[in-house]
Design a binder for this molecule. Structure first.
Ligand SMILES: Cc1ncc(C[n+]2csc(CCOP(=O)(O)OP(=O)(O)O)c2C)c(N)n1
Ligand SMILES: [Mg+2]
Length: 366
């Protein structure tokens, strides 16, 4: 199978098979931390499978699968301090797993407002379905840290599609002008639903857009967790250092989503099976497993134990939500500080319709 990034100018530590490249060094991390990166990716992959199945069972309305993209989300989050803020789009579940927030987060996908508030405790902003709308908020948070001489930084995740929104350009411009400690983590998975990368930008890369705002842009193999870690760590160290400038960095993680855009999408209509198979050949979990195994950091038994742990962690998070009752009226509660009468009316209408036809009568989708 041809490595899809063989010719690409992307930073890598591991080759397509998971062996350290001759001109690269693995990041200087303890064995425990390296194994934790692998474990968090396994938990994320398993969570993804279970979430898709919960959607099929009707417990989740719509879900955005992340399989294939665990390396960048998990690797980059391990490179932050726990007090650093994460602001993300909707597919970077690996960041949530790394912050150990799965049980707090799952209720969001089951339709509970509590799932967004709870992850704030772990310094993660609520996810953002409105593409790129979170970028200005992330920069605002970075500005607040800077203003208070707090050395926390912000890692803001978004997709390639988000770079076509005005919010992207406004946010990067402000971060550049005011030199704010923000890592812009662009997950270039080649597609924005069915829109290919070639229709998203005329630039050669997403990383090079950073030049227009006065800071660096780097391209990383996002399916290489160690390169994702190393690139994020370097950018984070600079962002945190009050004497270093420029503080922001745009990191383009080049990667692929194996599954559908969301459970409401059918990618076979616009993507080709060969493309998918090529990207699967550089799977982040397989590569990390090879690295750990061949460097003597884990054996078959350890791998099996982590598989069992991943199942337990996800099962526990799901079990913890077993008794949660969804209240559809809740969705109107947090739009305004005080609900206007127009929303009161919509809420009443919805509750009356549900009373009459039952909640299942409403088709759920994006
Ligand atoms: C402002 C806005 N426009 C359109 C949509 C519909 N929409 C949802 S996801 C998406 C594609 C986003 O693609 P990308 O940023 O590449 O992220 P990915 O889904 O690939 O992770 C679109 C157009 C939206 N949610 N928000
Ligand atoms: Mg995309």
């Amino acid at each position: 199978m041809t490595d899809p990034l063989a010719e690409a100018d992307v930073r890598r530590v591991l080759d397509a098979d998971g062996r350290v490249l001759p001109d690269a060094e693995p990041p200087d991390l303890s064995d425990d931390r390296l194994v934790a990166i692998y474990r968090d990716m396994r938990i994320t992959r398993h969570f993804d499978e279970r979430a898709v199945s919960l959607q099929r069972q009707g417990r989740i309305g719509t879900y955005a699968p992340c399989a294939g993209q665990e390396g960048s989300a998990v690797g980059s989050t391990h490179a932050l301090d726990e007090r650093d803020l994460i602001s993300y789009q909707y597919r970077e579940h690996g960041s949530i797993v790394t912050r150990d927030l799965l049980a707090e987060y799952l209720p969001y996908w089951l339709g509970h407002e509590s799932g967004t508030a709870a992850i704030l405790e772990g310094n993660v902003f609520p996810l953002q379905i409105d593409v790129a709308a979170h970028l200005p908020h992330a920069v605002g948070a970075a500005w607040a840290f800077d203003y208070r001489d707090d050395d926390r930084i912000v890692a803001c995740h978004f997709g390639d599609g988000a770079t076509s929104e005005g919010d992207f350009h406004e946010a990067l411009n402000v971060a550049g002008v005011f030199d704010l400690p923000t890592l812009f983590c662009c997950h270039n998975n080649g597609w924005a639903i069915s829109v290919p990368r070639s229709r998203q930008t005329a630039s050669d890369t997403f990383a090079e857009k950073a030049q227009a705002y006065g800071f660096d842009g780097i391209r990383v193999d996002g399916m290489d967790p160690l390169a994702s870690y190393a690139a994020t760590r370097e950018a984070a160290t600079r962002a945190r250092d009050p004497d270093a400038s420029p503080s922001p960095t745009l990191i383009e993680f080049v990667e692929y989503r194996y599954g559908a855009h969301t459970t409401a999408d059918d990618p076979t209509v616009y993507r080709d099976e060969d493309e998918l198979e090529r990207w699967r050949s550089i799977d982040p979990i397989d590569r990390m497993e090879t690295f750990l195994r061949e460097t003597g950091r884990i054996d078959a038994e350890g791998i099996e134990a982590i598989g069992a742990e991943a199942e337990d962690v996800v099962a526990e998070a799901i079990e913890a939500t077993a008794d949660l009752q969804v209240d559809p009226g809740e969705m109107f509660d947090h739009v305004y500080a005080e609900r206007p009468s127009t929303l009161d009316r919509q809420r009443e209408e919805l509750l009356e319709l549900i009373e009459k036809h039952g909640a299942d009568a409403f088709e759920q989708g994006e």
